[in-house]
Every structure is written in structure tokens, then in C-alpha cells.
Design a protein around this ligand. Structure first.
Ligand code: SAH
Length: 233
């Protein structure tokens, strides 16, 4: 079981996404537990202020260290890892998802010990840097661009990990055959109808010859990978 505790000023965004699809299924079968925690729960002033102006001046507001520290004091357990979503963090990729999910490098062994990820979502101009310096284990980015908050990044992290957990997707093998899992990108696929207004599905996929189909798919995946210049290694 992986437990995600997400600290945010917009818990509704997290709860909405987590209430449907794969994250919902994974909660139903007990593979994950995901909770959004409103940072304002750990404020003590009348206005429940979570942010303040930056020392030294400049535009925008900064999330304060105080409520974040108090939230972590309450949520942290001995096996917790604390992750700060940050535009300047280490950029997420499939290897990171896999290892956070509990798979070893060869995708052979799964470590099923319970894991606990506490994810901090920044907002406004970011987070008081003492959070990064003293309170977290990892700082992660979803890409080289800036969003308005860490909620979408946190959900991307939770989704990317969750779909790799045993039993979450119907077919145990399917996540292991996808783009970025091996050297090749995933092969293109089609479903019915075989002929849609003259747009035809490749014949070889309809003939039931599994060897030929496998070779055809491998060939397509190789061509696609070369054309995108996007291999992992
Ligand atoms: N001033 C910061 C950006 C703050 S954006 C900078 O220039 O780096 C507000 C918050 O959104 C961040 O604290 C972070 O939690 C989240 N965020 C924005 N872009 C992100 C990205 N690419 N990856 C992960 N989190 C991101």
C-alpha cells in the first residue's frame, strides 16, 4: 500500500482528480490511500494566512514555512518521504515513477513494503526556501515550465506511480510494455471498426498470426522511436 498525503491550498483539485479513473480504482482495491490536506488547517490567525511577502521585496507571495512545518510534524511517520513539487526540482521520468512505486531496475522484483509519500504543493511565487533546506527528501519538477501551483504536478506524480502498482491496471504486463519502459516507444494500435470511411487498419493485425503481428509491431515501434529520436538509452 502506498499512502499519499498531499499538502495543498486547493484540496478540491486533488480530491476531484482522485475520485475517478485509475486513482479511484487503486483506492478501492487498497493499493493506495490518497488524502488532500488543506494547509490552512495548520494556521492560527484569524485570516488563516498561508502566505506572506518576500523578504527583500519583489512580486508575489511566498508560502510560509510555519504551517508547512506543523503539517509535516503531524503527518510524518518514520517511513515517510517528503517531496516538494518545484519548477526547479529534478525532472520526473518513468524511472523515477518505477522506483517510487517499488520496482527494481530490471522490473523483476517488486518491493511491497508500505510506502508513505507526503507531497507539498507550492503556490504563488513559491515556498519559503527553509522548507527545501530543512524539511524535504526530494524536490521534483514535471518539466521545464512554470505552472501556477503544485497540485497538477502532485497528481501527475501520484498517477504515474499508482498505475505501476500490481493489480491496478487489469493486465499485469501492460505498464511494462509501454513507452519509456524499454528501449522502444510503444507501437501504434487500432480498434474496431477495421475500416472507417476508407481509413484502414493494417491487414496483418487482422490475420491472427501472432508471430507476424509481433514482428510488425516491433518494426513500427522501431521506426517510431527512430523518427522521434527519443530512445531512453
Ligand atoms: N517562482 C517559482 C515558480 C513558482 S510556481 C520559479 O520560478 O521557480 C508556484 C508553485 O507551482 C511552485 O512552488 C511549485 O510547487 C508548482 N510548480 C510550478 N511549476 C512546476 C513544475 N514544472 N513542476 C513542479 N511543480 C511546479
Amino acid at each position: 500500500m502506498i499512502k499519499f498525503d498531499i499538502i495543498t491550498i486547493f484540496p478540491d483539485q486533488i480530491e476531484s482528480f482522485a475520485s475517478v479513473g485509475v486513482l479511484r480504482i487503486a483506492q478501492n482495491i487498497g493499493a493506495i490511500d490518497i488524502k488532500a490536506h488543506n494547509l490552512r488547517n495548520w494556521t492560527h490567525d484569524k485570516h488563516k494566512s498561508v502566505d506572506d511577502r518576500p523578504f527583500g521585496g519583489g512580486a508575489g507571495m511566498i508560502l510560509k514555512v510555519t504551517p508547512i512545518k506543523e503539517a509535516l510534524d503531524q503527518l510524518r511517520t518514520p517511513n515517510s518521504k517528503v517531496i516538494l513539487m518545484s519548477a526547479s526540482g529534478e525532472i520526473l521520468d518513468q524511472d523515477t515513477f518505477r522506483s517510487l512505486a517499488g520496482w527494481d531496475n530490471e522490473k523483476q522484483k517488486y518491493d511491497s513494503t508500505d510506502k508513505h509519500y507526503i507531497i507539498i504543493c507550492g503556490h504563488y511565487e513559491g515556498v519559503d526556501d527553509r522548507v527545501r533546506e530543512h524539511l524535504i527528501d526530494f524536490e521534483m519538477s514535471i518539466g521545464k515550465y512554470v505552472l501556477s501551483g503544485g497540485e497538477l504536478p502532485a497528481l501527475i506524480l501520484a498517477d504515474g506511480i499508482t498505475r505501476l502498482l500490481p493489480g491496478v491496471l487489469g493486465n499485469e504486463l501492460s505498464p511494462m510494455l509501454e513507452s519509456y519502459e524499454g528501449e522502444l516507444l510503444d507501437y501504434p494500435q487500432w480498434t474496431r471498426p477495421a475500416d472507417y470511411q476508407g481509413w484502414q487498419v493494417p491487414d496483418v493485425l487482422l490475420n491472427g498470426n501472432h508471430k507476424e503481428i509481433e514482428a510488425f509491431r516491433k518494426n513500427l515501434a522501431t521506426k517510431l522511436t527512430q523518427s522521434r529520436q527519443n530512445t531512453k538509452k
